[in-house]
Design a protein around this ligand. Structure first.
Ligand SMILES: O=c1ccn([C@@H]2O[C@H](COP(=O)(O)O)[C@@H](O)[C@H]2O)c(=O)[nH]1
Length: 231
């Protein structure tokens, strides 16, 4: 089932059972789901089959980062599982992103392919330690432009960068933004955060929300509060 909702709920759980318990409380007409490294490493492709069987569109968030041939094969494998979206790291470079895009095109696979710019958990000090001597916003812009030139459908960035990327890359270029924190939620390890309403106003196309829903005492109430904020 396809949905107009911008919400992507991150199923960061240590077991298939726990993830499906949450999925069974959610509605594929009201959100998409994201499967990340922990859940996929534990459950493998079974989780994708189970979520597709329940009618959800799935973002497989494995953030591939390797040589072009390896990433192209991994992206093809993900797309063959029928996922709605998959991602790579933009810092893997132009040739890597182009190889992944070309592989999807050659196999006529319609999975959206996006690139991670700068993780939403990183600040200027974190970038400096890995040899990047510009602020996150500047690095995000650089990598988003490279991702667009390399044929990506969009990027993962923080909502703090969405307005600038709208101006630089256009409205149609996807801005998938984790680090979404409603006023009732704890920030945790995220650094570049925004509320759901501000993120949409800034031009984010999709909002990734994990713990504010999945760790809430009443997850469905938390989700409803976010939807009300967006209405
Ligand atoms: O830059 C990034 C890229 C990916 N993520 C992922 O999004 C969710 C966020 O979960 P919260 O619990 O809402 O913090 C999580 O799965 C991350 O792996 C990100 O946060 N930042």
């Amino acid at each position: 089932m396809s949905t107009d909702s911008p919400l992507i709920i991150a199923l960061d759980y240590p077991s298939l059972d726990a993830a499906l318990c949450m999925a069974d409380r959610l509605d594929p007409a009201r959100c998409r789901l994201k499967v990340g490294k922990e859940l996929f490493t534990r459950s493998g492709p079974d989780v994708l089959d189970a979520l597709h069987g329940r009618g959800f569109e799935v973002f497989l968030d494995l953030k591939f980062h390797d040589i072009p041939n390896t990433v192209a094969g991994a992206v093809e494998a993900a797309a063959e599982q029928g996922v709605w979206m998959v991602n790579v790291h933009a810092s893997g470079g132009r040739r890597m992103m182009e190889a992944a895009r070309d592989r999807l095109e050659r196999q006529a696979l319609s999975t959206r392919l996006i690139a991670v710019t700068v993780l939403t958990s990183m600040m200027v000090e974190d970038l400096a330690e890995v040899g990047v001597s510009v602020p996150p916003a500047e690095q995000v812009e650089r990598l988003a432009l490279l991702a667009q030139e390399s044929g990506m459908h969009g990027v993962v960035c923080s909502a703090q960068e969405s307005a600038r990327l709208n101006a630089l890359c256009g409205d149609d270029f996807l801005k998938v933004t984790p680090g979404i924190r409603p006023s009732f939620a704890q920030v945790g390890d995220q650094k570049r955060v925004m509320t759901p309403r501000d993120a949409m106003a800034a031009g984010s196309t999709h909002l990734v929300v994990g713990r504010p829903v999945t760790q809430a005492p009443e997850p469905m109430e938390a989700l409803a509060a976010i939807e009300a904020e967006l209405a």
